[in-house]
Design a protein around this ligand. Structure first.
Ligand SMILES: NC(=O)c1ccc[n+]([C@@H]2O[C@H](COP(=O)([O-])OP(=O)(O)OC[C@H]3O[C@@H](n4cnc5c(N)ncnc54)[C@H](O)[C@@H]3O)[C@@H](O)[C@H]2O)c1
Ligand SMILES: [Zn+2]
Ligand SMILES: [Zn+2]
Length: 446
C-alpha cells in the first residue's frame, strides 16, 4: 500500500502540474542564449548515446524498471557519440539519496530501462577528436552535473544552472514548470536531459573537458574521490549559498550523507553550533559523535519546541537536507497521493518557523514541484531569506575540495559504510532506502 501511494503522486501529479499551468514556455531557439559571445552557439549534446554494434563489447548497468524496482542488465557498450565525448571505464560508483526519488518513481520523465547513477570515478578509455584535456589512461572523477562550459552560468561557475545541456523533457516540461531549464544530470530522467547514468561498467561523458576532474596524480583513493562527484560539492554549495561562517548557528534537517556533510562543512567553515535533526538513530549518532552536533530526534521530540529551547531566538541559518517526499501524517501523504501536491512543505515549514528573524533558510534537499500550506507568511513577516540552493556546482568546488582532501583538511571516513559489487546493487538500493545496517554511502565496484 505504501509503495502504491508513493508511486502515485508523480503519475497524477504530472498531469496535475501540466493542467495547473498556463503554457508560458519561452520559445527560445537553440543558441540564442544572451550570455554567449556574438555568433557563438550552444550545441546540446546528442542524447541518447550511440552504442557499439550488438555483436561488439558489452557493458553492465543498473537500470530503473518501475517503483522500487531496479535491475542489473547487460547492454551493448556506449560509444563516442559527439566529438567532445569521452568513454570512461567506471571503477567506483555509488548510490545517492537523489536516486531514491527515482527508485520510488517520484519524478517526472522516468522510463524503464534508464541507466541510473550520477556519482563515479573511472579510467578514460577513449576520447573523441574534440577532447583536449583528457587522454586514455587518465583517472577521473565524473561530475554529476553536465556543464556546457559556454553559457553565462557556466562562465560564473554556476554549472547546476547551465543553459546548454538539458532540454528539460520531451515536451519541454521543465521550461513550462520553471520558466527555464537547469543543467543536465547523469542518470536522472528525461526531465534532467535523459543522459545515461553512471552505475555501470562504462559511461559516455558528453563535453568531457568540462565534466571530468583529473585525479591521475592524486593520492586520494577512489572511495574518497567519488565524494567530489556530488556529495562534497553539494554540501559545500549549501554552506556557500547560505553563507555559513563564524558567528552563525545552523540547524540541519536530515542526517543522510548530504545533511551530515552540510553539518561537517559548516564546522570546517567555523560555525560553532550545529543542530542536526533526523529520526534515524544511527544517523543522529554520527552527527553527534563524529561531527560534534547537538541532535534532535524528530521521531520522539517536538522539533520546533526543542530548537526554541536550545537556541532562544532561533538559529540564523537553517538548511533542509531531507526531501520533498518525506511527508509525515495523513494530510500531505493524502494530498501527494491524489496529485494535489507533489512536494510536502512540512520540513521547509519547520525550518521557516524555527529560523531566527532576518535569517536564511536554504533548500539543498530536492524539491521539484508544487506544495500546499507553504508558510509564506512567516517568510515575509520574519524578513527571512529563502535560498533555493539548486543542483550542485561541482565544476566550481571540485578542484578546491580535492586540494583540501589532499592536504588532510577534510576527511570523513565514517561516510564509507559499505562496499559491494555492482552486481549486488539491487540489494544496495533496498538497503540504502530502508536505512539498514547503519548505511550511509555504499561503494559499488563494477
Ligand atoms: N541539491 C543538490 O545538488 C543535491 C545533491 C545530492 C542530493 N540532494 C538531495 O539531498 C537530500 C538528501 O540526500 P541524502 O543522500 O542525504 O538522502 P537520504 O534520503 O539518505 O537522507 C535524508 C534524511 O532525511 C531524514 N528525514 C526524513 N524526514 C525528516 C524530517 N521530517 N526531519 C528531519 N529529517 C528527516 C531521513 O531519515 C534521512 O536520513 C535528498 O533530497 C537528495 O535528493 C540534493
Ligand atoms: Zn546525488
Ligand atoms: Zn552552461
Amino acid at each position: 500500500m505504501a509503495a502504491d501511494l508513493a508511486a502515485m503522486p508523480s503519475q497524477l501529479g504530472q498531469k496535475g502540474l501540466m493542467a495547473m499551468h498556463h503554457d508560458n514556455r519561452v520559445n527560445r531557439p537553440e543558441g540564442s542564449q544572451p550570455g554567449l559571445a556574438c555568433g557563438e552557439m550552444l550545441t546540446f549534446p546528442t542524447v541518447p548515446a550511440k552504442r557499439v554494434d550488438a555483436s561488439g563489447p558489452k557493458m553492465t548497468a543498473l537500470t530503473f524498471q518501475g517503483a522500487e524496482k531496479v535491475a542489473i542488465e547487460e547492454q551493448p557498450r556506449v560509444a563516442i557519440t559527439d566529438p567532445t565525448d569521452a568513454i570512461v571505464r567506471i571503477t567506483t560508483s555509488t548510490i545517492c539519496g537523489s536516486d531514491l526519488h527515482l527508485y520510488h518513481k517520484e519524478f517526472l520523465g522516468l522510463s524503464p530501462g534508464m541507466i541510473c547513477g550520477h556519482e563515479a570515478v573511472g579510467i578514460v578509455e577513449e576520447v573523441g577528436p574534440g577532447v583536449t584535456k583528457f587522454k586514455p589512461g587518465d583517472r577521473v572523477v565524473i561530475y554529476a552535473v553536465i556543464s556546457c562550459g559556454k553559457c553565462e552560468y557556466c562562465a560564473r561557475g554556476e554549472t547546476g544552472c547551465c543553459e546548454g545541456t538539458n532540454r528539460g523533457g520531451k515536451k519541454g516540461e521543465m521550461e513550462k514548470m520553471y520558466g527555464h531549464c537547469t543543467a543536465g544530470l547523469f542518470g536522472y530522467s528525461e526531465l534532467m536531459g535523459g543522459y545515461e547514468g553512471l552505475q555501470a561498467s562504462h559511461a559516455r561523458i558528453p563535453l568531457a573537458d568540462n565534466n571530468l576532474l583529473n585525479i591521475t596524480s592524486s593520492p586520494v583513493t577512489d572511495e574518497n574521490a567519488i565524494m567530489l562527484a556530488d556529495i562534497y560539492c553539494t554540501a559545500w554549495h549549501a554552506n556557500e549559498t547560505c553563507g555559513t561562517g563564524p558567528g552563525d548557528t545552523l540547524a540541519v534537517w536530515g542526517c543522510g550523507p548530504i545533511g551530515l556533510l552540510v553539518a561537517y562543512f559548516a564546522k570546517v567553515r567555523g560555525v560553532k553550533r550545529v543542530i542536526a535533526i533526523d529520526s534515524v538513530k544511527y544517523r543522529l549518532d554520527v552527527a553527534r559523535d563524529k561531527i560534534g552536533c547537538e541532535v534532535i530526534d524528530a521521531g520522539t521530540q517536538d522539533v520546533v519546541k526543542t530548537i526554541q529551547e536550545l537556541v532562544p531566538g532561533g538559529p540564523n541559518k537553517c538548511i533542509d537536507a531531507a526531501a520533498f517526499r518525506y511527508d509525515r501524517g495523513i494530510m500531505h501523504k493524502a494530498m501527494r497521493a491524489v496529485g494535489m501536491e507533489t512536494d510536502t512543505p512540512q520540513i521547509a515549514n519547520e525550518a521557516i518557523v524555527c529560523c531566527r528573524k532576518v535569517g536564511t533558510v536554504g533548500l539543498i534537499a530536492d524539491y521539484y514541484g508544487y506544495t500546499n500550506h507553504f508558510n509564506i507568511g512567516a517568510v515575509m513577516e520574519k524578513s527571512l531569506t529563502l535560498r533555493g540552493c539548486g543542483q550542485l556546482w561541482p565544476q566550481k568546488y571540485g578542484p578546491m575540495l580535492l586540494k583540501m582532501m589532499e592536504e588532510g583538511k577534510i576527511s570523513t571516513p565514517w561516510m564509507l559504510t559499505h562496499t559491494m559489487p555492482l552486481s549486488d546493487a539491487v540489494r544496495g538500493y533496498e538497503m540504502f532506502d530502508k536505512k539498514e545496517d547503519n548505511v550511509l554511502k555504499i561503494i559499488l565496484k563494477p
